[in-house]
Design a protein around this ligand. Structure first.
Ligand SMILES: Cc1cc2nc3c(=O)[nH]c(=O)nc-3n(C[C@H](O)[C@H](O)[C@H](O)COP(=O)(O)OP(=O)(O)OC[C@H]3O[C@@H](n4cnc5c(N)ncnc54)[C@H](O)[C@@H]3O)c2cc1C
Length: 459
């Protein structure tokens, strides 16, 4: 328990903001994205810069406090908050600075995807990041970073040049291919374990024309043949073309025709980052598939696509998911997803998503980064969102049951940022070999396991 005087002395010498239980800002400051998570930290501190992060960490260690580090606050298990300990909330350390001549970006440790997207697109450049623009750059990058540009430009970590970290000892260190390359290896996939990242440097890629993006929706009865088409186009389409195949409820009901709204449907989403005329050519087979019940594929600014899910994925809903990497997408897996979609608890929005994988992701050798799962053909996730606490059990159970039988179709590794269980076995995420290497790094950089609010590598 933190003494009032102890906190006052720390706050007097701290450059940033200090928020204590009972203060008017406390409830907003302790909230995180997932409404399932309700924790009460002893203190929330908001550093203005690296020196404040160092001071906060030193204080936490002196007082033997559990440390939670917060970037964008979107951790699904709620790792960026804690009970009783200290939250080091980087929300005052925002922004992305672009160097157009060298095609690089530097993001502060608390930046959001929207800041990187907006700044890069302003000069016709892009970094491959996730699909909801209020997600934190830090957590997403440190775990890997999937997104709709991944087949062309790879995971977010594949565009990462360097990271500046405050270590558990309160020192600062830079990790890149040239400086501390071993740490740089670990940071790219297991990064939340090694320090507080205060800045990220990325290489950017040209993207100065409209992308082609949207979704076509079909009755659930066509799920099997649509999945077949999805796998074929994923195999033959260019790197510019990302596809997602979904089995989900048609929500909100009023957006769909009578008889479809509120019921399970099958859908394919695409993002083609080539020129619009190339996209039309490459989407010919999907366009010819027949009469969708809804369709929205059209050229648009990349930033418009990046913001589309911001409201449906807004803060405060309750959320759970499970995911896996697949070697193939056989019909029986699609049938299983269709069957489970009929069992989504009433009052919840659930979906099975399958993303085309490979290409630029697979061009990086599997052992080049801690991230594990580059050789898969598809990523698959069962995701569910709801608001009524009475549905907590049924919704979690729905996602678990939906993924229970996918084992035979999976490849090694799991995406750490998708793991919703707070105490998952990290060995299963990285595999034995990488896990042992990560333990070695953890013993060097965080032997006392100060950074343990994560899928933890035990030193
Ligand atoms: C709505 C939504 C959409 C998503 N979409 C995608 C997607 O398209 N692609 C994808 O790959 N993932 C996606 N994710 C998953 C996302 O990558 C993870 O939830 C990620 O951890 C969020 O990062 P954050 O900074 O917002 O989270 P936080 O909750 O702040 O942090 C997540 C983890 O990283 C640590 N951390 C945060 N900041 C730092 C830092 N500066 N230094 C060291 N450690 C830090 C935290 O301690 C915690 O362990 C999505 C998640 C949500 C909720």
């Amino acid at each position: 328990m933190l003494g009032t005087r102890t906190v006052r002395v720390f706050a007097d010498g701290f450059g940033g903001e200090v928020i204590r239980p009972g203060e008017p800002k406390y409830d907003a400051a302790r909230a995180v994205w997932n409404g399932l998570v309700d924790r009460r930290p002893g203190l929330v501190v908001r550093p203005n810069g690296t020196a404040d992060v160092v001071a906060a960490l030193r204080f936490a260690r002196e007082q033997d406090l559990v440390v939670a580090v917060r970037g964008g606050g979107h951790s699904i298990p709620g790792f960026s908050t804690c009970d009783d300990g200290i939250v080091i909330d980087l929300s005052r350390m925002r922004g992305a600075t672009i160097d157009p001549a060298h095609r690089t970006a530097v993001c502060a440790g608390g930046a959001l995807l929207s800041e990187l997207d907006n700044a890069a697109q302003a000069v016709g450049l892009v970094c491959p990041v996730g699909v909801v623009s209020h997600t934190g750059v830090a957590g997403l990058t440190l775990g890997g970073g999937m997104g709709r540009l991944q087949r062309k430009f790879g995971l977010t970590i594949d565009s990462l040049r360097a990271v500046d970290l405050v270590t558990s000892e309160g020192g600062t260190v830079r990790a890149s291919a040239d400086e501390n390359p071993d740490l740089f290896w670990g940071v790219r996939g297991a990064g939340a374990n090694f320090g507080v990242a205060t800045s990220f440097e990325y290489v950017l890629h040209p993207l100065d024309h409209p992308i082609t993006h949207g979704t076509v929706v079909y009755p659930i009865e066509r799920a099997g043949e649509l999945a077949q088409l999805f796998t074929e186009i994923s195999g033959t389409g260019p790197d510019e073309l990302w596809l997602g195949f979904y089995i989900r409820l048609a929500l909100p009901t009023e957006d769909f025709p009578p008889g479809i709204g509120g019921r399970p449907i099958a859908a394919v989403s695409v993002l083609h980052c080539g020129q619009p005329r190339e996209a039309e050519r490459d989407l010919g087979r999907l366009r010819a598939f027949g009469h969708p019940v809804a369709g929205s594929i059209e050229p648009k600014p990349h930033l418009a696509a990046q913001r589309l899910a911001d409201v449906s994925s807004a803060w405060g809903h309750r959320f759970y998911m499970k995911s896996a990497f697949l070697r193939s997408l056989p019909g029986e897996l699609v049938d299983m997803a269709v069957q489970h979609a009929h069992g989504i608890p009433e009052g919840a929005g659930g979906e099975f998503g399958f993303w085309s994988w490979g290409r630029a992701i697979a061009e990086v050798p599997e052992d080049a980064t801690a991230f594990t799962g580059r050789t898969a053909a598809y990523w698959m996730g069962a995701e569910i969102q709801w608001d009524d606490p009475a549905l907590d059990g049924p919704c979690r159970e729905w996602a678990r049951a939906g993924m229970a039988d996918v084992g035979p179709f999976t490849t090694s590794g799991r995406y750490v940022n998708d793991v919703a269980e707070p105490r998952e076995n990290a060995r299963a995420i990285y595999g034995d070999g990488k896990y042992e290497r990560l333990v070695g790094l953890k013993r060097i950089w965080d032997p006392d396991n100060v950074f343990r609010m994560n899928q933890n590598i035990r030193p």
